[in-house]
Design a protein around this ligand. Structure first.
Ligand SMILES: Nc1ncnc2c1ncn2[C@@H]1O[C@H](COP(=O)(O)OP(=O)(O)OP(=O)(O)O)[C@@H](O)[C@H]1O
Ligand SMILES: [Mg+2]
Length: 360
């Protein structure tokens, strides 16, 4: 039996099902992200686990106990929010001690626990400061400390890094992941940012329209997207649409003046409208003079812009069907803006799905 079970959990607000029949099992050692676009139901699901929201249907089990009817403070769950709401007129120490005072713990116990989080979160020396005397990262650590100080069985985090700049966010990602590993409790982390989800999680649940589109390891979510939505939402990719032609174990898609070929897969019929996705980093480039354009999974293009991203370069290419992006390591031969190239990719790197109904 998993440590946390969500069993047919739904939440209805008026005519909207914010969360729709969600089943999940999360193990004790896991870092799980709920990744989805705005309005997909992530916060609602997290609040149901925390006990801040009562599900319309379904049950929540934590550590073998049905907590569906329990108030938040009896669940052993803590939550860290995006707007981390430190008390501005209280010191770091008092901010950290506050949840413990609410629990009416003895003074010695409060001191010991605050001491513990001050130690693990590197806040020593800052105890007497007020929030406005702290950097963004330090404030975020205090917020995290406030979640951890009660020694929760589960820590829930709702976009806790959304207000930090990119560099600090990346530092905090490493830190949060480290704390989760050290503490050995599950963290459930809500984000609409795929980079955050990919950087920290053991498993990612992709949330869409209140439902879990897929719940799998981060590598499966990234490398083997199960649906067109996931292929589009996770990673950066190029999209082609066309009509499927199946023959001899391969599917080819002809449309937009390119022929894309990949192994057949179940559920796609001859003549069906399909969408193919190729991740930017799977697109290779060679000079047009090397030839080879016209074969399957290749196209002739011109480099429009080169965007340097440090370790890699992003080539925005123009071709007869529109634009294509290739991300290549800087260690490879570089192309300049205006260069004529042939872009190609492996058949195995094509993710193919029935074209979504919106016709895009
Ligand atoms: N208290 C409420 N009353 C009515 N509708 C609500 C309420 N809370 C959320 N909703 C609706 O439920 C849906 C899911 O909202 P939720 O806040 O869970 O989304 P989210 O995935 O966290 O989005 P975001 O990334 O923008 O924070 C939305 O359509 C939202 O408008
Ligand atoms: Mg939210």
């Amino acid at each position: 039996m998993a440590y946390i079970h969500l069993d047919g959990v739904s939440k209805q607000y008026g005519s909207v099902w914010a969360v729709d029949r969600v089943n999940m099992a999360i193990e004790k050692h896991e870092f799980v992200s709920l990744l989805g676009p705005s309005g997909s139901g992530k916060t609602t699901l997290l609040r149901i686990i925390a006990g801040l929201e009562r599900p319309t249907t379904g049950r929540v089990l934590i550590d073998g106990e049905d907590v569906t009817e329990l108030p938040p403070h009896k669940r052993g769950v803590a939550m860290v929010f995006q707007e981390f709401l430190l008390f501005p007129h209280r010191t770091v120490y008092e901010n950290l001690a506050f949840p413990l005072r609410m629990l009416k713990l003895p003074k010695g116990e409060i001191e010991a626990r605050v001491e513990w989080v001050v130690g693990i979160l590197a806040l020593r020396g800052l105890e007497k400061r007020y929030p406005n005397q702290l950097s963004g990262g330090q404030q975020q650590r205090v917020a995290l400390g406030r979640g951890l100080v009660g020694r929760p069985k589960v820590l829930l985090l709702d976009e806790p890094l959304a207000n930090l700049d990119r560099e600090l966010r990346q530092e905090m990602e490493v830190e949060i992941r480290k704390h989760q590993t050290d503490l050995g409790i599950p963290f459930i982390y809500v984000t609409h940012n795929q980079e955050e989800a990919l950087s920290m999680s053991d498993r990612i649940a992709v949330v869409r329209g209140g439902r879990i589109e897929d719940f799998a390891s981060r590598t499966d979510i990234y490398d083997r997207p199960k649906t067109a939505f996931i292929a589009q939402f996770v990673g950066r990719s190029n999209r082609f649409t066309g009509t499927a032609a199946t023959a001899g174990g391969t599917i080819s898609l002809s449309g937009d003046g390119v022929r894309i070929e990949t192994a057949t897969r179940p559920g796609i019929a001859d003549g069906e409208r399909v969408a193919a996705y190729v991740k930017n980093e799977k697109v290779r480039l060679r000079p047009a003079s090397a030839g080879g354009a016209g074969a399957a999974n290749t196209l002739a293009a011109t480099v429009r812009y080169v965007i340097l991203r440090g370790a890699y370069a992003e080539y925005v290419l123009g071709w007869s069907g529109g634009e294509l992006v290739a991300s290549r390591p800087r260690s490879e031969a570089e192309f300049t803006e205006g260069a004529e190239v042939v872009a190609c990719w492996d058949a195995a790197d094509v993710d193919l799905f029935p074209a979504p109904e919106d016709g895009r």
